[in-house]
Design a protein around this ligand. Sequence first.
Ligand code: ATP
Ligand code: MG
Length: 335
Amino acid sequence: MKKKERILTGDRPTGKLHLGHYVGSIANRVELQETYEEYILIADVQALTTNFDHPERLAQDIREVTMDNIACGVDPEISTIFLQSMIPEITELTIYFSMFTSIASLQRNPTIKQEIKALGLSDNVMYGFLGYPVSQAADITIFKANLVPVGEDQLPIIEQTREIVRKFNRMYQEVLIEPKAQVGVVGRLVGTDGLNKMSKSLGNVIYLSDGPDEISCRVSGMFTDPTKIRLNDKGHPDKCPVYIYHRGFNKNEAEVPQIKKDCLAGRLGCVECKKRLSGGLNEFLGPIREKRKKLEAHPKKIDDILIEGTKKARGIAVDTIKSVRAAMKINYFSG
Ligand code: ATP
Ligand code: MG
């Protein structure tokens, strides 16, 4: 039997996951976990690039993110979920990569540029933040991953990983694999503000764990097509976040095209359309929420999944770092 190709993907534990994470990356993970050997990294060190002043939050957030993944259908019996900070070989590889990655190439990286702007960091960019594409390159390559399911915002980071791999392999020896990115069904889900990427820090999110009341509240506050003011004004559904969410999450297949037709014709008001979206989202998130509740009742099980997953992942990292050191001829006392 042909050996399965490997996937490395992950999330920063900076809070609960939202619909953007689901369509950008998690849905792909769930779909691909049978075909690939899948590794899901909980990037707690990377979370410190922006949350260094609140490291005490990580203990809870690593568990939240793990539960969100499993509630969405990631099966810990098939996929390996593990913690970044407990694999010191990743840190070691990050340092080696940082020796030949120029500061200019990091400053030019479009994702970094965009995030510096969005977070208002400008003059206050930390060394670790600027270098996170290097640590992400180490995360991916230490597992010799072939494929990385990510949201669109991450594409320049994967491109930088590929450059680092090419440079390493050319300079030392061909030991690392150049990974490919795979963008989810919706590469970039717009937030409830209808303007920016759905993102925790912008407060324009619907969390996977939101209950019916929270969903209704967030949906009723959503921005809609600004040219549709009265009920019978004709709308532009393809530009309206409410319709974009209907398309992405409303499982009622007959209702979605009808909403589009009625909106275009000026027969459907935004209030009614939002009410139906709350219903649709509630139906979509209901089973995820139920599963999550069951997981929350067994915290020890979540910890065991992380401990076991980390043990397994570390085995691979140890092997790769050995060949990295050999390739760099710094394996002084072996061979
Ligand atoms: P937030 O901005 O809410 O803090 P994040 O971008 O920091 O989230 P990450 O852990 O960096 O979250 O991202 C995990 C995965 O989810 C990445 O592959 C990222 O591309 C994807 N993702 C995050 N937000 C969105 C979105 N709005 N649309 C599509 N994909 C997204
Ligand atoms: Mg991100």
